[in-house]
Design a protein around this ligand. Structure first.
Ligand code: UD1
Ligand code: CA
Length: 442
């Protein structure tokens, strides 16, 4: 049996934030969820998360794990003590810091396959400041010294403790009982447990990993930005391997759960958020932002924002369109410049080319919206729906005062304010007739 304990009780003072450190997002996903997923992908089912600072907020954002409360944050060793009741004899226990979002399941798999009394992952850093250092004698582990407890010689050591450990459960419990907080920070260091275990059973393995990026710890917002950039690079490279063309990966921001079909081209300054799905052969961007939306195949979206909506095949959006939540835009539609859609269904082949607002509307197929059409959906108290049937032609600068229905194949004269239903195949004119006053200037 294998258990994982993730330490996430700390406040993360250096983040200087109201949000607990482990909930800060990297590419749209809270840091701690990357670690939980890495454990799951390494085959670990039983995961215990030690929470403390703003425990309720952390719990709300994390699922499928057991929680244990560390009321006072007395150090990483103390955090593991709090989780002891979950540890049974004869088990292996993987312990991870909650601030290592870049850790991979492959690395964890290698570690948990080891046979030893305890193991830890180290890596070599050019600038090891702030990290605990590994003291060793050849292959043999001696102990870990925390940055604040280093003597002058030890500050030269570049091999650091990454905060990922494997323990034999019985030895871990024994060592936890012997921990003291006699150190520079007055904390119970989990790292001291390794030295204690060594004195009982000198069989501690150090895995020195070459790829130090995987163990990049996030303690402040500078490191958060750096970890985000590394993660973004990984995500973008996965998409590119899957056949997505990304013109400038450094200027393309794709969150963790987004899916994109092959031969789609993403132009710079594009932000794809949340549960967004993009099909094949689309052209997205530049300068576009899409949240939680389904974009089908051969869709073109430029300089536009799409929220929580569905855009079907071959539709063109933008430049400068704004599709707000709950829209279903069917195939071959044109949503042109300075067009806003909200809570509306737009049928296939319909053209809404310029300067138009369509809200709370059910719009049929092959309808032409003249420039400057407004569905007037709000009377100051309530919202009403507009329906427009297939083949209608809406003249420029038309107001459609909802609730109202425009019948099939009907026409509306430019400049009309429509307050009554328009029957099918008819022409509605709702404006004053022009009067010319000849010679008026004189
Ligand atoms: C820790 C290690 C250090 C290592 C570094 C790697 C110790 C004593 N030191 O230092 O050797 O190089 O990680 O990043 O372990 N936490 C709790 N309860 C507590 C204290 C901390 O749950 O009482 C959690 C924090 O939320 C965090 C993790 O443990 O997720 C690590 O704590 P942090 O304070 O960041 O440890 P470091 O000083 O970075
Ligand atoms: Ca840390």
């Amino acid at each position: 049996m294998m258990k994982a304990i993730i330490l996430a009780a700390g406040e993360g003072k250096r983040m200087n934030s109201d949000l607990p450190k482990v909930l800060h997002k990297i590419c749209g996903k809270p840091m701690i969820n990357y670690i939980i997923d890495a454990c799951k992908n390494a085959g670990i089912v039983d995961i215990i998360v030690v929470v403390g600072h703003k425990a309720d907020v952390v719990k709300k954002n994390v699922s499928d794990v057991e929680f244990v409360l560390q009321n006072e944050q007395l150090g990483t060793g103390h955090a593991v003590m709090c989780a002891q009741k979950f540890i049974n004899d004869g088990e292996k226990v993987l312990v991870l810091n909650g601030d290592l979002p870049l850790i991979t399941s492959d690395t964890l798999k290698k570690l948990i396959e080891t046979q030893c009394s305890a193991a830890l992952i180290s890596t070599v850093l050019e600038n090891p400041k702030g990290y605990g250092r590994i003291l060793r004698n050849g292959e043999k582990f001696l102990r870990i010294v925390e940055d604040k407890d280093l003597n002058e010689n030890e500050t030269q050591i570049k091999e650091i403790n990454t905060g990922v450990y494997l323990f034999d459960s019985h030895l871990l419990k024994t060592a936890l009982q012997l921990l003291s907080n006699d150190n520079a920070q007055g904390e119970y260091y989990l790292t001291d447990a390794l030295e204690i275990i060594k004195s009982i059973n000198d069989d501690i393995k150090i895995f020195c990993c070459e790829d130090s990026q995987e163990f990049f710890g996030v303690n402040d917002k500078i490191q958060l930005a750096y970890a985000s950039a590394l993660m973004q690079k990984k995500i973008n490279e996965t998409h590119m391997r899957n056949g997505v063309t990304i013109i400038n990966p450094d200027a393309t921001f794709i969150e963790n759960d987004v899916k994109i079909g092959r031969d789609t081209i993403i132009y710079p300054n594009t932000f794809l958020h949340g549960e967004t799905y993009i099909g094949q052969n689309c052209v997205i961007g530049p300068n576009s932002q899409i949240f939680d939306s389904q974009i089908f195949n051969d869709v073109n979206i430029s300089y536009s924002v799409v929220l929580n909506s569905m855009v079907k095949n071959k539709t063109k959006v933008g430049p400068f369109a704004y599709i707000r939540p709950n829209c279903i835009v069917d195939e071959n539609v044109k949503v042109g410049d300075f067009v806003e859609l909200k809570n509306s269904n737009i049928g296939s082949g319909t053209k809404i080319s310029h300067l138009t607002y369509v809200g709370d509307s059910d719009v049929g197929q092959n309808i032409n919206f003249g420039c400057g059409t407004v569905t007037v959906n709000y009377d100051g108290k309530q919202k009403f729906r507009t329906t427009i049937e297939d083949g209608a032609f809406i003249g420029c600068n038309t107001n459609l005062i909802a609730p109202v229905n425009v019948g099939k194949n009907s026409y509306i004269a430019a400049g009309s304010t429509i307050t009554q239903d328009v029957p099918e195949n008819s022409l509605a004119i709702a404006r004053q007739r022009q009067i010319n006053k000849n010679g008026w200037k004189k």
